[in-house]
Design a protein. Structure first.
Length: 89
């Protein structure tokens, strides 16, 4: 079942609190926050791709799609960099 906006917001706040207190021994909060950030980036890619295809592959929409894809890739690269440096999150 899909959670509503209020439930998602509450879960994100709880995950942040868990990480802040160092109580995430099964990495659930860390995983939830990671997937939420990733989902936000990928939703922008989906939106940009939909607009690009819907409006006849316009040059401006193509640029927006490329930027959204690059932002998602950049987020993934930053996450990998954080993993290598192990900043404790």
């Amino acid at each position: 079942m899909k959670p509503n906006e209020s439930q998602v917001k509450q879960a994100m706040e709880q995950a942040k609190q868990i990480l802040g207190h160092g109580e995430d021994k099964h990495y659930l909060a860390q995983t939830l926050l990671y997937f939420q950030r990733r989902l936000e980036k990928l939703e922008k890619v989906q939106e940009a791709a939909s607009l690009y295809l819907q409006f006849g592959q316009d040059e401006q929409e193509h640029t927006s799609l490329l930027r959204a894809v690059e932002a998602a890739r950049e987020q993934e690269s930053l996450e990998k960099l954080d993993d290598r440096h192990d900043f404790g999150l």
